[in-house]
Design a binder for this molecule. Structure first.
Ligand SMILES: *[C@@H]1O[C@H](CO)[C@@H](O)[C@H](O)[C@H]1NC(C)=O
Ligand SMILES: *[C@@H]1O[C@H](CO)[C@@H](O)[C@H](O)[C@H]1NC(C)=O
Ligand SMILES: *[C@@H]1O[C@H](CO)[C@@H](O)[C@H](O)[C@H]1NC(C)=O
Ligand SMILES: *[C@@H]1O[C@H](CO)[C@@H](O)[C@H](O)[C@H]1NC(C)=O
Ligand SMILES: *[C@@H]1O[C@H](CO)[C@@H](O)[C@H](O)[C@H]1NC(C)=O
Length: 517
């Protein structure tokens, strides 16, 4: 993408994203920030980039008019080069193969840049290994993955045209990641795609969280009050909105504690007893059998079963219980049953949500209305759908409509709908002008499941008079005495309902090239 446009666009985007962080936390030096008024990624520096072997993964057009995402490998030795390219392609493919980013795929490219690391893997206990970008975990917990050498990552990014969104890919098989200037992800087969698409949601759309227990709630999917909802155009049932879906969060905790068999982890919470059903959500790691752990509410086994696909990796479990919690105090208990996994079996986080009855809480997945979200300090904001969006449910491959609209607007903002205009002088003295457009709508190589269209208007010498006969044609014939012409392109997709900045419209004028020049 054009550097100046990219810079202006980023300068605007950075302000929105500042201070945002995830459960996989990023803050301070890891947050997007500016150096002397210039976004960190664009700031000048003297450091030489690491030796890079860059290969295309999924390339849909020239970097000058596409948004380029590039993986930079960390903790891959020279011998693991093939593994790096395989891991990167696995992630890029997963995010675009019929899901998540499939609709916007024609406007993005994926690349992978390999630099050998001395050590294999990523650091733990706050200590990076000897790797290119110095990725590490703070403890051993499967949560954030941080980087020690942002200057090296920036030098790598600045050494190529193909770096709008740099992604540091750590050679580690477990859950972990980070949003911010550099999106961080690991090669976890079960969690890598989920973490990457969620972090890219932060980075590209500029939205905060939708899950409970975060600290940053902002952007196109977040409302502070029912009076300031940015997705009213997506309401399923506008005539009944704003109607706050009835739900409450009586307990939430991030224990990140190693479990042991000698003592259970337990905590009490209070229910008003006025709701109809409840949900227990928790995440654990280091457990491979349902017999490793017992989970109880008020001494009653909730019937937890392990997801056998995840191995010892972290996984988030949701257990819907179609009963009301009685008014008063309740106890939530996690008991480790398998002594052999002491020291690795971990309780990461948990929450209980209560829901009103069917008239009070719409649990239809695609229903778009006003759903309360509870922050780390139990502050309430609102989100568009219950659990549809991957900004809430890490294992959902989908964005909600409000986020997809935001995605289109963010990606197309710095791009040009018009790739180029070519001219050919005709023997008749006329000039045939042809506009090449971003490959969307009828120009997609692979059709998608959404209605899209381009409207094309041509203008002659008078910049306000439409040359009607060429409307919606990619070519027009311009008269012999005309020195200038114009073209106006509007991209329409049912996935964008409000475009207040006119991102989906472009109008340009061009000089007629004189024959023989
Ligand atoms: C993406 O990866 C997940 C596991 O992380 C897998 O369950 C899913 O089938 C994959 N989807 C595609 C389209 O590759
Ligand atoms: C959050 O606030 C609600 C409403 O005040 C309360 O019912 C609930 O127990 C609180 N939850 C937590 C975890 O503090
Ligand atoms: C066992 O786990 C409990 C609950 O998390 C904790 O309070 C206790 O300190 C742990 N004991 C040991 C020996 O680690
Ligand atoms: C114009 O853009 C098209 C893609 O839409 C590309 O194939 C072609 O090479 C470009 N032509 C010039 C002269 O840049
Ligand atoms: C041009 O295409 C747009 C988008 O499909 C359509 O709405 C419009 O009616 C078309 N105009 C003409 C004159 O065919």
């Amino acid at each position: 993408m054009n550097i100046l446009k990219s810079f202006l666009f980023r300068a605007a985007a950075v302000r929105v994203a500042l201070g945002q962080f995830c459960e996989h936390q990023w803050e301070g030096k890891f947050a997007d920030h500016e150096v002397d008024g210039v976004p960190y990624l664009r700031a000048r520096q003297d450091l030489a980039p690491p030796p890079l072997e860059i290969r295309p993964l999924i390339v849909n057009g020239p970097s000058s008019n596409r948004i380029d995402l590039i993986f930079f490998g960390d903790g891959y030795t020279e011998e693991e080069k093939d593994k790096f390219f395989d891991d990167a392609l696995f992630l890029a493919t997963n995010l675009t193969d019929g899901q998540t980013f499939v609709d916007i795929l024609p406007v993005i490219n994926f690349w992978a840049g390999f630099s050998p690391s001395v050590d294999s893997g990523i650091g733990t206990g706050g200590q990076p290994l000897d790797t290119v970008y110095g990725l590490y975990r703070v403890g051993t917990e499967l949560r954030g993955v941080y980087y020690d050498k942002p200057q090296v990552a920036r030098a790598a990014c600045q050494s190529t045209d193909a770096c709008d969104y740099p992604i540091l890919l750590g050679n580690d098989p477990f859950y972990g990641g980070l949003g911010g200037t550099f999106t961080v992800v690991t090669a976890s087969p079960n969690n890598g795609p989920a973490v990457l698409r969620h972090e890219l949601g932060h980075s590209i759309i500029g939205v905060g969280e939708e899950y409970d227990g975060g600290t940053v709630y902002r952007g196109v999917n977040s409302a502070r009050s029912p009076d300031s909802v940015p997705w009213t155009q997506w309401y399923t049932n506008p005539s009944t909105e704003p109607k706050i879906q009835r739900t409450n969060m009586p307990i939430q905790a991030y224990p990140w504690t190693l479990l042991n068999t000698s003592r259970s982890w337990s905590q009490t919470f209070t229910s008003a007893g006025t709701y109809d059903t409840h949900l227990l959500q928790f995440s654990v790691s280091g457990m491979t059998a349902s017999s490793d752990l017992r989970v109880e509410i008020d001494g009653k086994d909730v019937g937890w079963e392990v997801n056998p696909a995840v191995g010892v990796d972290r996984f988030i479990y949701n257990m819907k219980i179609d009963e009301a919690l009685a008014p008063g105090e309740h106890e939530l208990t996690f008991t480790l049953l398998n002594e052999e996994i002491e020291g690795s079996a971990q309780l990461c986080n948990l929450e209980v949500l209560e829901y009103g009855n069917e008239a009070e809480f719409d649990s239809e997945p695609r229903y778009c209305g006003l759903y309360p979200t509870f922050s780390a300090t139990n502050r309430t904001t609102y989100r568009p759908t219950n659990n549809l969006c991957l900004m809430r449910d890490m294992y959902s491959p989908d964005f909600c409509n409000a986020c997809i609209e935001g995605l289109w607007l963010s990606l197309l903002g710095p791009l040009s709908l018009i790739e180029n205009v070519t001219q050919a002088a005709q023997l008749t003295g006329l000039t045939k002008v042809t506009v090449n457009l971003l490959p969307l709508a009828e120009f997609r190589q692979v059709p998608n499941g959404h209605d899209e269209a381009y409207a094309i208007l041509w203008y002659g010498a008078d910049e306000d008079v439409v040359l009607e006969e060429w409307t919606n044609s990619t070519s027009a014939l311009i008269g012999p005495d005309v020195t200038e012409f114009g073209v106006e392109v509007k991209f329409w997709t049912e996935q964008v309902r409000v475009d207040s900045n006119g991102v989906l419209v472009q109008k340009e004028r061009f000089k007629v090239e004189q024959p023989g020049q």
